[in-house]
Structure formats: C-alpha cells, structure tokens
Design a protein around this ligand. Structure first.
Ligand SMILES: CC(C)(COP(=O)(O)OP(=O)(O)OC[C@H]1O[C@@H](n2cnc3c(N)ncnc32)[C@H](O)[C@@H]1OP(=O)(O)O)[C@@H](O)C(=O)NCCC(=O)NCCS
Length: 195
C-alpha cells in the first residue's frame, strides 16, 4: 500500500524502507553524487541497511525518501539532521539520486517542501546547509527555496586534485514568512546577496 507522509505538488516524502537499500547504494556510489555530497568512502549494502534500520528512533533527525507523484518511484532522499531542541535549528541534506530525475525542478521542490515541513511541522526557527561552491545546481535549488548565503569556507573541500570552497546557507523562519507576504521582493534582494 502507498505511504505518503508529506505531500508536495510533483513529489511526496515517505519513510525509507529496507527495500530501498539497493537503490540508495547505487545512488550513493554514483561518482557525480558522492562527489557533491562530500563523501570519501564507498557505502555498501550492509552499512546502508544498518542506517535505514536505525531511522525514526529519535526526534532529532528526520530522513525521508522523496517519491514522484507520477509513478511513485523513489527518486532521492533528504533530511533535517541534528535538530537542536533549544535553538530550534537543523541541518538540511538532499540527494536527487536518480540521474534521470535531476534538473527537472524536483530538487528545488523537495527543498521547498522540507523547509515547509521544518517550519510548519517541526517548529524549527532556522535551517542551515553547506554546499560545495561548484555545485551550481544545488545552490540554485537552495536559493529557489529562500536560503541566503551566510558564509564561505575557503578551500574546505578537496576533490579532483584541488581544493574548493564550501558555502554556508541558512533560512530563518522569519525569512520564510516574509517570502509569503508583501515583503517578498525585499526578501528576494536579500537572498540574492553573496559573501
Ligand atoms: C543538487 C540537486 C539536489 C538539485 O536538484 P535538481 O532537481 O537536480 O535541480 P533543479 O532541477 O531543481 O534545478 C535547480 C536549479 O539549477 C538549475 N540547473 C539545472 N541543471 C543545471 C546544471 N547542470 N548546471 C547548473 N544549473 C543547473 C536549474 O535551472 C534550476 O535553476 P533555476 O530554477 O534558477 O532555473 C540534485 O541535482 C542532486 O541531488 N545532485 C546530486 C547530489 C547533490 O549535489 N546534493 C546536494 C549536496 S549539497
């Protein structure tokens, strides 16, 4: 039976299951994916299965599968990690693992949906993330959802024989609320600023 945990327009979130492990292992070991995720170790089925089996046992980490409304195939996963109950903050991570589904706007939609989930359901005040400076597609997906660049760590990442910068982005609940009000233009100017 179909499980839909949180619905968007073209995608929905659902829990990850052990039956997803084979697909996740293929995506996580895809060179283009692991390079942008900043992983430096391969992931085997055993480890990924243990990861999936350990999910949903703590309120401080929410990892969700992303499925397409059309056809219900799993296309990726995302998460709000390290949720801090005092500061009401979390770190966002995202993978549209199926290459055929990348570049179709689904990563932007998944980011927007996760942000809505974080603010409206988890009552977060701040969501943050780090992204490799060369990852233009990811950066645009995050900006589309209202994330603002807050910092740059120079040469924080090593890949393909050289160092690369890592950018920090964040979105506050107040930013997100402004995006949905008359102040949206002012917020868009803020969101386009870089450091
Ligand atoms: C990064 C990722 C999440 C983006 O999701 P996506 O569904 O592929 O991206 P979208 O289709 O929503 O596109 C986002 C923006 O990038 C643009 N874009 C699409 N393909 C692009 C490309 N090859 N290069 C640069 N920009 C690109 C889109 O036009 C869009 O910008 P716009 O709305 O201003 O026009 C997804 O590609 C992915 O998971 N990649 C591998 C893992 C990864 O990088 N995760 C993020 C780590 S921080």
């Amino acid at each position: 039976m179909k499980v839909q945990y949180f619905r968007g327009e073209r995608i929905y979130f659902r829990p990850l299951e052990v039956s997803d492990v084979d697909r996740l292992v293929v995506w996580l070991n895809d060179e283009d994916n692991w390079a942008t995720l900043g992983r430096s170790n391969p992931i085997n089925r055993l480890r990924e299965r243990a990861f999936v089996e350990g999910l949903y046992q703590t309120p401080t980490d929410v990892t969700l599968g992303i499925a397409a409304q059309e056809g219900d195939a799993l296309i990726g996963c995302c998460g709000l990690h390290g949720i801090c109950p005092q500061a009401r903050r979390a770190t966002f991570g995202l993978l549209i693992g199926d290459r055929a589904q990348q570049g179709l706007g689904l990563g932007s939609e998944a980011t927007q949906l996760a942000v809505r989930y974080g603010f409206e359901e988890l009552n977060l005040n701040r969501i943050e993330l780090s992204v490799f400076a060369q990852n233009e597609r990811g950066i645009r997906a995050y900006r589309n959802a209202g994330f603002v660049q807050e910092g740059r760590q120079r040469q924080a990442y090593y890949r393909n024989g050289r160092y690369h910068d890592v950018l920090q982005f964040g979105i506050l609940r107040s930013d997100w609320e402004r995006m949905h009000t008359d102040d949206a233009d002012a917020f868009a100017r803020l969101a386009s600023m870089t450091t």
